[in-house]
Every structure is written in C-alpha cells, then in structure tokens.
Unconditional design. Structure first.
Length: 362
C-alpha cells in the first residue's frame, strides 16, 4: 500500500509541478462546492411537485416585518448596534449584514425585493463560503499539528550536508573506508524515503480534511439552517468564528517559528524567555532586535485579527462565545511543544533519521 501511495505522489508531482499544492486545493474546493450544490439543489431548482418557498415561524420578525432592514441608513445601523434585539436575541452584526444584503442584492440582480426563496439562496451561498473555509482551516491545523514544513526543511538540510560528505568521501584523495561510504549512502536512501513518506502523510491528511469537510457540507442538520431563513445569523457567526480560529493558528505557528529562530542568536527557552548566549556579539543582538520587531508585528497582527473576528462572531450569534475553549484545546494538543517537534510527527520517520533529527531540535 505504501508503494502505491508513493507512486501516486510521484505522478501528482510530475503532472502539477511546482504549483501542485495550489492545484490540489483548487480541485478539492471545486469538488466540495459541487457536493454542496448537488445536495441542496431544491433551493435553487424549481420543482413543480413542491410548493414555493414560504416564511416560517419567526421569519416575520427577522425579515419582512422588520422595518429597520431597509433602507440602509445611519439611523437603522445605530438602532442595530444599540437596540437591535429580535425575539429577545441581540445580534447587531448580523442585522447590519442583513441591511447591506437588502440594499445590495436587489441592485445586483435587478429585483424589486428579497423574497423567501432569495433568503434561502443567501443561506446556501453563506454555507458554501463556510465549507471552503472549513477545509482551509482544517488543512492549516493539519500542517501545524504535524509540523510538515519544519520536518521537510530539516531533512532537506541534512541531505545536503550528507551529500557533501559523500562527495568528499568519493574523492581519490580521501582516506575513507568502504563501510563509511556505504553508511552515508544508506542514510541518504533512508532520508529520501522519509521525504516520500512525509509527502504521502500530507496527502492522506488532506484526504481526511476533505472527507471531514464533505460531511460538514452535506450533513442533514445543515438542511434546517439553509431551509429556515431565520438561521442566517448562524452562517455569519460561523464565518467569523472560522476566520478567528484560522488567524489564531497562524499566530501560534509564527510564535513557534520565532522561538526556534531566536535560539540561534539569543537563547529562548520553551516559555519564550530570552536567555543571551555567551559570546553573542552586538551586531547579532541588533539583528535579533530588528528581526524581533518585524516578527512581533506579524504575530500581533494575527492575534488582533483573531480577536476582531471573535468579537464579530459573538455579536453575530451568541453561541460563538465558546470559541476560546477551542483555542485552549488547540494549545494543549497541537502546540504543547513550542520549542521542538510535536511527538505525533515522529512516526513517519525511521530510526536512522531519528538520531539525526534530534540535532538542533531541542
């Protein structure tokens, strides 16, 4: 089975070349969108055997009886932010987005007003957006949890060193033994196989992300959210919550990379405390300070973006308030080893590489 997957990975490399990751992502998203559209085709395809879409339960208070949704004005926006409570639920961000939709959609599609069917189409469109974001966030989490980029860079760096060593041993003037030459050659073979296994591991992970996202896209529970117009706020909250989580993952990944890079110039332990190394020159320290400022800005930017999207999600629909709990779970199970490689990644490497990879990893 491993050899078959290896051949598939090689074929994908040959067909897609350097843009294979973007191509795989694009194809995956297209398939997910297609599955979603086929699953919920009654929303946009007319069926003579089914009645027309109509309003349900509390749709009146949320839409056609809500005089504040149109026109889009400062007074209505102020009302949404200050007193925007529908059926005892305060969701000002969702109300403002609905106002924008009520103003924009009739102009874009040349219709007089938004009816019950158009509301379902908005829900379906929002669900399609969330499906794509779920896959991208899941893929980011997969890469972060298994530390693929660090492993790949580390193995390739060691391969370069070993290849230089092998060339040195192959020179006529070298006094190396045949055993030493064969040991280096065997190590290089194992390392290249490890890279193949690493790539296969990534493809399997992407397949898992795709299957999980497909389940999210076509799950029967989604039929209620799409078919019930008043559930529109849940889609908005989901979008903002996913974006908040994605920026949080990016922040934690950059924090892990920062801690690793700074240990090379100024010692930084696993708690992020700077401990200057002996013999560190002033020039290196100045470079460290300049680099720290730039990298700290990037990390702070992602952290701030995560906070902004979290606030938007919470004021779109209250259940999003539990999102920080997911941050804690992610810290415990994904970023629990900030200065080193997470143990879950080591099962894809053999024992001969294990010793080499411990060099410089901490």
């Amino acid at each position: 089975g491993l050899s078959i997957l290896s051949r598939i990975a090689v074929n994908i490399d040959a067909v897609m070349g350097s843009n294979k990751e973007a191509a795989v992502t694009a194809v995956t998203l297209v398939l997910l969108v297609a599955i979603t559209l086929v699953t919920y085709r009654p929303v946009y395809l007319a069926d003579p055997n089914q009645p027309e879409w109509d309003y349900l339960w509390d749709d009146g208070g949320n839409f056609y009886q809500n005089k504040h949704l149109s026109p889009l004005s400062i007074d209505n926006i102020v009302w949404a932010l200050k007193d925007g409570t529908i059926h005892s639920v305060y969701e000002p961000v969702s109300l403002v987005i609905k106002m924008i939709l009520y103003a924009a959609i009739p102009r874009l599609f040349g219709i007089t007003s938004i009816d019950a069917k158009m509301l379902r189409l908005i829900n379906l469109s929002a669900h399609l957006v969330n499906v794509c974001i779920v896959f991208l966030v899941g893929k980011s989490l997969l890469v972060a949890a298994n530390d693929y980029e660090f492993y790949e860079a580390r193995i390739k760096g060691l391969i370069v060193l070993k290849e230089e060593r092998l060339r040195a041993l192959s020179r006529p003037s070298s006094s190396s033994t045949e055993t030493e030459h064969s040991d280096v050659s065997a190590w290089l073979t194992d390392a290249k196989k490890a890279l193949e296994r690493l790539e296969i591991h990534q493809y399997i992970g992407v397949l898992g992300c795709w299957l999980g996202t497909a389940l999210f896209a076509a799950h029967p529970l989604q039929a209620q959210l799409i078919g019930w117009a008043s559930c529109m706020s849940y889609f908005f909250a989901c979008t903002f919550a996913l974006l908040s989580y994605w920026h949080y993952i990016r922040h934690r990944v950059q924090m892990r990379q920062w801690r690793r890079s700074k240990r090379e110039v100024v010692g930084v332990d696993c708690k992020g405390i700077q401990r200057p190394k002996k013999g560190t020159g002033k020039k290196a320290k100045r470079a460290f300070s300049a680099g720290s400022e730039a990298e700290t800005f990037v990390m702070t930017r992602n952290k701030f973006a995560s906070l902004v999207f979290y606030v938007l999600a919470t004021f779109s629909k209250a259940p999003a308030i539990v999102l920080p709990g997911l941050f804690v779970i992610t810290d415990v199970f994904v970023f629990s080893a900030p200065c080193g490689v997470h143990p879950r990644g080591r099962d894809i490497l053999n024992d001969s590489l294990e010793t080499q990879l411990k060099i410089g990893i901490g």
